[in-house]
Design a protein around this ligand. Sequence first.
Ligand code: FMN
Length: 325
Amino acid sequence: MKTRITELFGIEHPIIQGGMHYVGFAELAAAVSNAGGLGIITALTQGTPEKLAAEIAKCREMTDKPIGVNITFLPSFAAPPYPEYIDAIIQGGVKIVETAGRNPEQYMPVLKGAGIKVIHKCTSVRHSLKAQSIGCDAVSVDGFECGGHPGEDDIPNMILLPRAAEELKIPFVASGGMADGRSLVAALALGADGMNMGTRFIATKEAPVHDNVKAAIVAASELDTRLVMRGLRNTERVMNNPAVERVLEIEKEKGADIVIDDIMELVAGVYPKVMIDGDMDAGAWSCGMVAGLINDTPTCKELIDRIMIEADQLISERLAGFRAA
Ligand SMILES: Cc1cc2nc3c(=O)[nH]c(=O)nc-3n(C[C@H](O)[C@H](O)[C@H](O)COP(=O)(O)O)c2cc1C
């Protein structure tokens, strides 16, 4: 399939694996890229710029296809050394960066100067337009359904994607709730040039996470996620579990007076316990509503091939069949 996104990134299929904390390692990124999509290593998960450089080198050994690196700009007081992370990306020869969180404007000159294509992930049309205006090459439009941080506007992709299509000139991918060929065809119909998936890629053979995580996603329905940290304006969609229920109780008790310290132990430092140790109730971890559409753990190649075959059949048979003769 050829779209503005496949052309921009030099990939075969318009399918991106979004950056994911403690999931976005070389094994998954290489598997997605080898299957014709765009695999993305998550910078901050590596812990230091040196470790990111090593992870990029490892990924390069595993694939000669394009790969990307995600840099998430966190709303934290002690900012990670972003310039050093960016240097590791440039030195590693990576030509695609997915930015997320705060606006990447201050880093655009150095990224563009190194010939890097930037795709910024945003949850609203206004942030997408801002990304376009500061020189981003594409955006990943994350709807309310998404795993992780859906923002505070609560606009689902059925509305958000066509709104983005009405306003944007640069290409964009649909993100949040994407799982299969139906998602891809719907995303294209709504004006996107491809799709970005997070939760779906965790339940794959190559995702380097504990099997308990994959089993939890396969077992979950679309009813099993919750929104936490609303009152802190840092909303996150997570898999429900007893720790999340406790967070919600505390949030209800504290109301507008909530501060991050009230829930810190239930939301911070959780990822290694969940993703490495398989302790599924350790705290709040991101998961999309799309878990309700995930029923197996294929390889990335099986998944992507299946999506492309299904999309092709949907377009050439089901949709074409609706045309009046
Ligand atoms: C476990 C998990 C961790 C994530 N971590 C990050 C992250 O560190 N940075 C980021 O930009 N997005 C992160 N995301 C968001 C994904 O990149 C992607 O935008 C989102 O999962 C799309 O929604 P979906 O899960 O419905 O496919 C994470 C998502 C999940 C499920």
